[in-house]
Design a protein around this ligand. Sequence first.
Ligand code: ZN
Length: 297
Amino acid sequence: MPHSAIIRGHTRNARTRPIPLTACPLARYRTGLFEKAGETVAEMVLDRLRELQEADLELRGLQHKKASHDRAAKVQVAQIAKHQEQIEDLRGERLTARVATNEKELNVKQKRADIERLRAQQMQIKDNRQFQALQNEIKFAELAISKIEDDILSDLGDLEAVDTQIAEAEAALAREQQGLEDLKKQIEARKSDVDAEIEARRRRRQEIASALPGKVVDQFTRIADRLDGEALAPVIRQEDGGSFICGGCHMGLTQNTYVILAGHSDNLVACPNCTRILYLPGTGAARLRMDPYGEDA
Ligand SMILES: [Zn+2]
C-alpha cells in the first residue's frame, strides 16, 4: 500500500491506516523541550521531515552537479567521435578521387603511347589516304588527351579542396580533444570535493532519517524521487481566507485537511492530488523560532 503511513487529505474515512506516530522515536521528545512549546508529535515529525527535505534537496543538487559534469564530458566525447568520423569520410572521399585521377593519368599515358605507335606506322605508309586516316586517329587521341588533362586539372583542384576540409576537421578535432582533456582535469580536480560533499550530505540525511519512523521515510523518499526532491508542500490559505490550496501542485484542499493539520492530531496528511506531505507554514520549528530566546528573535 503506497500511502499507508499518511492520511490522504481528501477523505474523512481514509481507507489507509495512519501510522501511530506516538510509537515513533520522536515520541521521546514529548516530555522534553518540544512539549513545553506545545508542539504535537505530527509537528515534530514534520519539522524533521522539513530538515530531511532540505538535506535531500542539497544531496540531489550535488548529485545533479556531478552528473552534469559527466554529461558534459560525454557530449565532448560524442563531438570528438563525430569529427573523427567526418575525417574518415573525407579521407575515403579523397582516396576514391585520387584513384580516379590516377586512372585518368594512366589513360593519358596509354593514349600517348598509342600516338607514338600511330606515328611510327605513318612513317612506313606510302598511301596518302591511309596516312590521312592515321593522322585523324592521332588527332582524335590528342583531343581525348586534352580533354582528360582538363579533367585531371579539375580533379586536382577538388583534391586540394578536400585536403583543406581534412585539415580543418583535424584542427577542430584537436581543439575538441584539448577541450576534453581540460574538462577531464577539471572534473578530476573537483571530483574528490564533490564526492566528499555528497558523502557528508548523505550522512546528514541518514542522521535525520534515522530519527523518523521508517514508513514515513520510505513514503517521503518515494514522493521525493518522483517529484525531484519536493516531498513536502505547505498548505496555503487563499486570499479569500476561507479556502486552501496545496503549495506543491496548487490544487484546492478541503477545510478538513486544514482542521486535521491545525488540530493536535498525531497524523500526517498528504495532498490527494500530488501526494506531497502537507504542513502548515509557521508551525512547529518555525513557531519555536519565534521564541524570544531563539536565534531568529
Ligand atoms: Zn498537491
